[in-house]
Design a protein around this ligand. Structure first.
Ligand code: DGL
Length: 280
């Protein structure tokens, strides 16, 4: 199986896209509802929680785990990939992937193989708005990754405190938080129209229509789940061993560290035929 990890429901937006795209692969999903949201936590807590979740998926024989969470990717992915995994005897041959790089590649229209900026670049001067959790914004990962590919692009970040919690709860406060975040982002853009908008939190596609409502007409809002599915397809072509390992009889196993009944109801709000989650 291929593992997908998130702090809560948001990674299901990614899992749904993956399950549709790869109809013969098996996936295991873990939402850490006992600890959601991650976005207001200090970085070392996010790293510890992410490592613990990834280990649980590795222990279920997922050799590859995709972090379906921008906060975990922004704060923990590099530490896990470069420091933890290489020293970990138990998980030899396993790997962890993040979702920020493929998103930035799509936003800057720069494919993964381009490692140094190329000039003149058509989209180098674009204005890109990124909405994310407080921790993702503080990590600065999006502006840094955008600048590596398009050094003159302008990246405006807008944190959306409280939005992950409100989405998890299906609360009516969601619309007000989105309206406020969009208005602040547009002020930061000096009322210049953004070329592209990144919903840099996997919970946000659940309410993408609200972002579209409060952003200027026609602004392109990037769909992170579809982009991540494209990039996983590319990765699996280069690393077929992970696809082979996940390719027996199709299984979708959805798990939560929280209350399975209430989380399953939340899951069905965004994915009508989502399998029931089980508590672990
Ligand atoms: N879905 C997570 C993300 O993409 C939400 C993080 C949180 O729990 O605050 O950032």
């Amino acid at each position: 199986m291929i593992g997908v990890f998130d702090s809560g429901l948001g990674g299901l937006t990614v899992l749904k896209a993956l399950a549709e795209r790869f109809d013969s692969l098996s996936f295991a999903y873990l939402g850490d509802h006992a600890n959601v949201p991650y976005g207001d936590r200090p970085s070392d807590e996010v790293i510890d929680l992410t490592r613990a979740g990834v280990e649980r998926l590795f222990a279920m024989d997922c050799k590859l785990v995709l972090l379906g969470c921008n906060t975990a990717t922004a704060v923990a992915a590099r530490t896990l990939q470069q420091h933890w995994l290489p020293q970990s005897e138990a998980w030899r041959g396993c790997n962890v992937l993040g979702i920020v790089a493929p998103t930035v590649e799509a936003a800057t229209l720069t494919p993964w193989a381009v490692t140094t900026p190329q000039y003149p670049q058509k989209h180098n001067s674009d204005l890109i708005v990124v909405f994310g959790t407080t921790r993702t914004v503080l990590s600065n990962v999006y502006p840094e990754e955008i600048a590596k590919r398009c050094p003159e692009a302008q990246a405006i970040q807008q944190a959306c405190p409280g939005l992950v919690d409100a989405i998890e709860a299906g609360a009516t406060t969601v619309e007000g938080i989105v309206a406020d975040a969009c208005s602040r982002a547009l002020i930061a853009c000096n009322n210049q129209r953004p070329d592209r908008v990144i919903l840099g939190c996997t919970h946000f596609p659940i309410i993408s229509r609200l972002f579209e409502k409060y952003l200027p007409d026609g602004v392109r809002v990037l769909s992170q789940p579809a982009t991540v599915a494209d990039s996983l397809a590319d990765y699996l072509t280069r690393h077929p061993e992970y696809a082979e390992q996940a390719g027996d009889t199709r299984q979708l196993r959805l798990m939560t560290t929280g209350d399975a009944a209430s989380v399953s109801i939340g899951a069905q709000r965004l994915w009508a035929d989502a399998p029931e989650l089980i508590a672990i």
